[in-house]
Design a protein around this ligand. Structure first.
Ligand SMILES: *Cc1c(COP(=O)(O)O)cnc(C)c1O
Ligand code: SF4
Length: 352
């Protein structure tokens, strides 16, 4: 048992549900079936997030409670973005010329059922001391890398000290201009965002945080406080939302989510088409759904809260934004462009 004087976030984390058996105290589940799922893909639901679930099968339930369909899935592949193939050293993906994705933690505050790294999150072999060391050497010797995106697992589940040492090493490399941290902790364990952590992070500017909320019910007073602390420390916050069937695949929910995010000073950055990860196809939506949601946001609410709807191309082609069709006609003299109300306007083309 963890000591009562440990920080609150560690106490919460230590009380997480990690077996279907303990889950059965809260919900009516098929325990033997879920055991088969968790033998392959781990479960972790901490009491904070569990407390946000209102009822069985609601949008928060679906994100964290294992589902037998995960192991019956015939669609998708384990590594849809070919991260392994694009990793010059284990745990570091170098896909774009000027930036890398660097995994520095194996653990998360919750294991999301739709995770595109479900093949390896929660396994201690995912990130090791050796892989972090090799990742840092790779970045040190590749001077074209000006932007490092730390991810995992969740980097904010590391101890402050370990995180500090990675950040300090990166900051000592003059070619690394920007550091970003991808973390779901402001949503799944906001108590982790302590004054102590924030005071440490702000020494490493320019530092950006990409967090991850998928539903308006995740935006609680605790999450708002966590984001306020980060924003007050001068850390620009973006949100990467994943479009998920039965969770947020309708305009009303998405509009409420993006507007609430702005109120807690988090700017919606990406809305991702769900990756084609094996074990997650019950969450997939057609491309038309994302386009329809963007059409319903664009013009109808602040441009500040409209994310880029993007597909991360299967096989490692990278992220590509998709937009609804606004240019509806063209000739030599003008373009015909549709506005958010569906009205057509002509935009004259001058010979310039
Ligand atoms: C998403 C991602 C990045 C960052 O992409 P941005 O569009 O710059 O946010 C970098 N490397 C990899 C491998 C990625 O998957
Ligand atoms: S927090 Fe992110 S990395 Fe961790 S399980 Fe959820 S989606 Fe995957």
């Amino acid at each position: 048992m963890i000591s009562q004087t440990a920080p609150l976030w560690k106490q919460i984390l230590s009380q997480s549900i990690t077996t279907p058996k303990s889950l059965s105290a809260f919900f009516e589940i098929d325990e033997p079936a879920l055991q088969k799922v968790t033998a392959r893909y781990p479960i972790r639901i901490n009491p904070y997030y569990l407390g946000l679930i209102k009822k069985k099968d609601d949008p928060l339930y679906k994100q964290c409670i294992p589902d037998i369909r995960e192991i019956k899935d015939k669609n998708g592949v384990d590594d849809p973005l070919n991260e392994e193939g694009l990793s010059p050293v284990s745990g570091l993906t170098h896909k774009y010329p000027d930036r890398v994705l660097f995994l520095i933690s194996s653990r998360c505050a919750m294991y999301c059922r739709f995770c595109n790294r479900k093949r390896k999150v929660g396994r201690s072999s995912m990130v090791t001391e050796k892989s972090v060391k090799e990742g840092l050497s790779y970045i040190r010797s590749h001077k074209k890398i000006r932007d490092v995106l730390l991810s995992g697992g969740d980097p904010l589940l590391l101890e402050n000290q370990s995180l500090h040492s990675v950040l300090a090493e990166l900051r000592a490399m003059r070619h690394v201009e920007i550091i970003r941290i991808g973390t779901r902790v402001p949503c799944t364990l906001p108590q982790r965002i302590t004054h102590h952590l924030v005071n440490m992070l702000k020494k490493f500017h320019p530092l950006y945080i990409h967090t991850h909320f998928n539903h308006p019910d995740e935006i609680t007073p605790e999450a708002a406080l966590a984001c306020e602390r980060l924003a007050d420390a001068g850390i620009p916050m973006g949100c990467q939302i994943v479009l998920l069937k039965g969770v947020n695949d309708n305009l009303a929910t998405m509009k409420n989510l993006v507007q609430k995010l702005l109120r807690i000073r988090v700017r919606p950055y990406y809305l991702f088409q769900a990756d084609l990860t094996k074990g997650t196809s019950h969450f997939w939506t057609p491309i038309s759904k994302g386009l329809e949601i963007i059409s319903g946001l664009q013009g109808h609410t602040s441009g500040l809260c409209i994310p880029h709807f993007a597909i991360d191309l299967p096989g490692g082609g990278g992220k590509v934004p998709l937009l609804p069709k606004f240019i509806v006609g063209a000739n030599k003299k003008s373009l015909v462009i549709k506005n958010y109300l569906g009205q057509e306007y002509r935009y004259p083309l001058y010979d310039i």
